[in-house]
Design a protein around this ligand. Structure first.
Ligand SMILES: *Cc1c(COP(=O)(O)O)cnc(C)c1O
Length: 672
């Protein structure tokens, strides 16, 4: 026998007070559905913040509804008692009751949860009681539902409110429903499934189904798992059959770590072990893993606008991020172009420089790049990088670049001094520009640290010399800050102004890695006003021809904005200085013991070599040391026999000491 829908039975009161287990649990949708089902009128007595928003949402969802004006509307998005106090308004339950609309069927929507304060004494539950309406409690199914719902029921009962029952919102979860029914001694009135798109049509359809079809008891419902997952085999076994990992020889690889959670500097494996992430997960998780501020920013953004075509449309996250970034990069920058990752950020800079060069009449533009450079893995970025085992297969297809000497001779104990290396590199650059400057589209450098090429470091004086020479020759230069950006080298950017030193004037700055704090893939390229202006013309044919499907993704922008705010905080600046000191002290001691050599530190980046080990990316001693460190709970990722620490800024001193101890033991163990 079909059970009757408890919302439709005759004795059921057609006037209710709708409250929730919290804000954002779907009270307004529940109200819309009840109004539709009962042809009831709607009243939200107190509306704070988004003035009139719930009222217009109700009208959108149920166009035929009759809506009564709120008694109190407050501008500030805060608890009613607080917003009212700030706006000098007094709200009392007595006044609200006196002004309640009359109606044989009325749905009253409370603000927030049952105990939300109306003034210093009274809450929404008091209003419910005073209106003498039974409460319908809206709860969204998920983690915490049972606790939140039972607490709400107890609070309502303690104030003498009558309770109609609980309306669940979201996925079917029979266990939740049964627990709430039995422990709360309450009727489960129904379950409102996620509606998509959520509009008047969806609400009307659901109301019609509830009125016409047999009632489904939420306590008996469970959503079956839709994906064919074979749970009996381990994740690592399943991985081995379907996934292709980057830079990985699958025939000889070790089993990957199964990571289930990460927080701060720690990764947690499925086996419950903690591993310190000493490389910020390929240099992207600058602040540490799982920062709640960034998580929150993404989640909030996802609920309003997740993505929109960025040609012909714009949005606040992209404009705000552009403004904020331009306030941080060198002062001559004037425009932000969005893409998806570090390689595309480089491609964008390169293509813009080449397109302007061709427009200036250079038929075959030349490009200058440093020895040992790395700028990414796409074809253009790969062509800019030093040729290596990474690129040898593609050699014949890579375009030619003019390879300029790197100033990063200073790190190698066997090479000359930093000053001499810098002078030398600048001399070579000057000669090249004097000879070929008229044909050059751009020069690209990784400022201060050549990362993937072996963490090779050089002084700012090289950048100042390069900047001067390029300005003299009217040649644009690109700062590839994909790795060095967002505090990695200490200051926000490697090209940031330094007191007492000349400012730098790159034509473009490439950013990615730390941009979103490691939460989402995104790249941006900033351009000088000068470069941007060269694309202005009445002809569409002169526009910059580049774009990606996900250009300006709002989620990435929201993450980047939150991350940038963290990077600018005094705490982050202090942490970065601290890391540099720990590197110098701790690794300096290992060097004095002869365990490492060639130690170099720039900001939060420290790198060194292993004494007596052969050099090159495929050398194996670095791998062995990394393995020995992993056994001691520390994740490293050597570049051949160059080892480096690029820790998240949130690393604690005790954690740093653990990394140092692991290294010391791994290095001191013969054969490890
Ligand atoms: C990592 C890196 C890139 C490439 O970034 P992806 O996001 O891996 O494509 C480019 N330039 C530099 C300096 C990098 O360190």
């Amino acid at each position: 026998m079909a059970v009757e829908n408890p919302l439709l039975g005759d004795p059921f009161p057609r006037s209710v007070f709708v409250t929730g287990t919290g804000t954002d649990v779907g009270k307004t949708v529940a109200c819309a559905l009840l109004c539709r089902l009962w042809e009831a009128e709607y009243w939200k007595p107190v509306q704070a913040g988004t003035a009139l928003q719930d009222m217009s949402e109700i009208v959108r969802l149920v166009p035929v509804v009759s809506v009564h004006l709120s008694r109190v509307t407050l501008d500030e998005p805060a608890s009613p008692h607080l917003a009212a106090r700030r706006e000098g308004v007094e709200i009392t339950v007595a006044d609200l009751v006196e002004n309640a609309p009359e109606g044989w069927s009325l749905v009253v929507e409370g603000a927030g949860g049952a105990l939300v304060p109306i003034n210093d004494r009274e809450s929404m539950a008091d209003l419910c009681k005073a209106l003498d309406l039974p409460a319908v409690v809206v709860a969204s199914t998920g983690l915490g539902t049972i606790h939140h719902t039972l607490s709400t029921l107890e609070a309502l009962r303690a104030r003498g409110c009558g309770i109609s029952g609980v309306l669940l919102q979201g996925d079917a979860h029979g266990e939740n429903a049964r627990q709430i029914r039995d422990r709360g001694n309450v009727a489960i009135l129904g379950r409102i499934p996620r509606m998509y798109p959520l509009d008047s049509q969806a609400v009307a359809d659901l109301a019609r189904r509830w009125a016409e079809e047999p009632w489904r008891d939420p306590c008996e419902e469970d959503t079956p798992c839709a994906l064919p997952i074979i749970p009996s085999r381990s994740l690592v076994e399943r991985d081995a059959e379907v996934v292709w990992h980057p830079y990985t020889q699958h025939q000889t690889m070790d089993a990957p770590l199964e990571i289930v959670r990460a927080y701060g500097a720690s990764l947690f494996t499925a086996q419950g072990e903690e591993v310190l992430d000493a490389v910020s997960s390929w240099w992207v998780c600058n602040h540490g893993h799982g920062h709640p501020k960034i998580a929150e920013a993404i989640s909030t953004q996802a609920r309003s606008l997740e993505q929109v075509i960025f040609a012909g449309c714009t949005h606040d996250p992209a404009v705000s991020l552009s403004e904020s970034l331009l306030a941080c990069v060198p002062g001559n920058q004037g425009r932000i172009f969005f893409s998806d990752n570090g390689s595309t950020a480089v491609e964008v800079a390169l293509k813009a420089c080449v397109q302007t060069a061709v427009r200036r009449g250079i038929r075959k533009p030349r490009i200058g790049a440093l020895a040992e450079a790395y700028h990414g893995d796409t074809f253009g970025a790969m062509a800019l990088g030093e040729r290596s085992v990474f690129s040898s297969a593609f050699e014949s297809l890579l375009f030619e670049v003019d390879r300029l000497p790197s100033p990063a001779g200073c790190w190698d104990p066997r090479s000359r001094s930093a000053e001499a290396a810098t002078e030398n590199a600048l001399e070579a650059l000057r000669g090249w520009l004097d000879r070929l400057g008229d044909e050059v589209a751009c020069v690209i450098v990784e400022p201060l640290v050549q990362g993937a090429g072996g963490m090779k470091m050089f002084p700012r004086s090289y950048l100042e010399g390069l900047d001067r020479l390029c300005q003299e020759h009217g040649v644009p230069w690109i700062a590839d800050e994909v790795f060095t950006g967002f505090g990695r080298t200490g200051p926000l950017f490697a090209t940031s102004d330094v007191p007492g030193a000349p400012s730098l004037h790159p034509s473009a700055v490439c950013m990615s890695k730390g941009l979103t704090g490691g939460f989402l893939p995104m790249g941006v390229t900033s351009f000088s006003r000068d470069i941007f202006d060269r694309f202005l013309s009445p002809s569409r044919g002169d526009a910059f021809f580049h774009g990606h499907s996900f250009t300006g993704n709002p989620l990435g922008c929201a993450a980047a904005l939150a991350s940038l705010e963290l990077s600018l905080s005094a705490e982050s600046i202090r942490s970065r200085l601290q890391l540099e000191q720990w590197h110098r002290r701790g690794l300096g001691s290992l060097e004095r013991q002869g365990l490492i050599e060639g130690l170099r530190v720039t900001g939060t980046i420290a790198a060194f070599e292993l004494p007596g080990a052969p050099r090159g990316y495929l050398a194996t001693r670095g791998q062995e040391v990394a393995k020995a460190c992993l056994d001691r709970g520390v994740l490293l990722r050597p570049l051949g026999d160059t080892l480096y620490l690029v820790p998240p800024f949130c690393l604690r001193e005790t954690q740093y000491d653990r990394i140092l101890n692991a290294l010391e033991q791994a290095l001191g163990t013969p054969g490890a």
